[in-house]
Design a protein around this ligand. Structure first.
Ligand code: FES
Length: 81
């Protein structure tokens, strides 16, 4: 399995709709961050499907190192340069 790429070193704010299913890009290669566009093919990494439990703003992980995917847990702060 390849390693996840750091898509960005900051999380991104998105508006989610309650009950809707989303696919968060776990591999870091998607051109439609923070969501999967199929670019993970061949990496052995799969996107994470999740349902928004409430409507509104959410901060999704872009560094792909979070321990609480798809949400940012602050891991980007300890990325190596
Ligand atoms: S493009 Fe990254 S998980 Fe699908």
């Amino acid at each position: 399995m390849e390693k996840a790429k750091v898509a960005a070193s900051q999380p991104v704010s998105v508006e989610l709709d309650e009950g809707r299913e989303y696919w968060w890009c776990a591999c870091g290669r998607s051109q439609t961050q923070p969501f999967c566009d199929g670019s993970h093919q061949g990496t052995g990494i799969n996107p994470l499907g999740f349902k928004a439990d409430k409507s509104g703003e959410a901060w999704l992980c872009m560094c792909k190192q979070t321990k609480t995917p798809p949400y940012c847990d602050g891991s980007h702060a300890s990325l190596e340069e």
